[in-house]
Ligand binder design. Structure first.
Ligand code: FE2
Length: 218
């Protein structure tokens, strides 16, 4: 079965005004969808990828140096993860074990948000700002273009912010700093971030016939 465009976990207008319904119509309905379509086209007929999960496709594309397939399949996964990192603004804050880890690594939640903001704003050109778990500690970093944590050691994904221009141009024009601060201050899904401390964040954006067979995911 081909890979699918995952449904958004909220209504298209649920993140407004931070992220408008129009942005979601384009970013999810056109950009993310295009990555799904292209990935399916590229794996059609590829040796050894029949029935592979999305994680397997991304890893095998990386290993074999198939840049087109890597870029499209990694973007399919990155966006599937990204939508889950967001939630309607309800004054949410990190709690429990996550709050403790944030305190240990950054001092307080605002210091973490400042660090993510800095990483997002200073990342040159297209890419993704990430909060990852690295050997038990939180770390902020960023990756270029379609690059994704699960092809790197020491990067268990907890949260990401898309800083490709297509993520903010409709609502914020060229103002990436205003986009980043607006998202980070208002619509982070801290429950999802906390859930990813179990190290299974990779699987939460995975799909495909083998996605539910952990022994087959590597
Ligand atoms: Fe994007």
């Amino acid at each position: 079965m081909p890979f699918q465009l995952p449904e958004l976990p909220y209504a298209k207008d649920a993140l407004a005004p931070v992220m408008s319904a129009e942005t979601l119509e384009f970013h999810h309905g056109k950009h993310h969808k295009a990555y799904v379509t292209k990935t399916n086209e590229l794996i059609d007929g590829e040796q050894g990828l029949s029935g592979a999960s999305l994680l397997q496709v991304v890893r095998k594309a990386k290993e074999s140096g198939n840049a087109k397939l890597f870029n499209n399949s990694a973007q399919l996964w990155n966006h599937s993860f990204f939508w889950q990192c967001l939630a309607p603004a309800q004054g949410q804050q990190p709690e429990g074990k996550l709050a403790k880890l944030i305190e240990d690594a950054f001092g307080n939640p605002q210091a973490l948000l400042d660090k993510l903001q800095e990483e997002a704003v200073n990342h040159f050109s297209n890419g993704w700002a990430w909060l990852v778990l690295d050997r038990g500690s939180l770390r902020v970093t960023s990756l270029h273009d379609a690059d994704t944590p699960f092809v790197h050691d020491g990067m268990v994904p907890l949260f990401t912010l898309d800083v490709w221009e297509h993520a903010y141009y409709i609502d914020y024009r060229n103002e990436r700093p205003r986009f980043a601060s607006s998202v980070l201050s208002n619509i982070v899904n801290w429950d999802f971030v906390a859930g990813n401390l179990d190290g299974q964040g990779f699987e939460r954006a995975n799909q495909g016939e083998r996605a539910r067979s952990p022994e087959l995911t590597s």
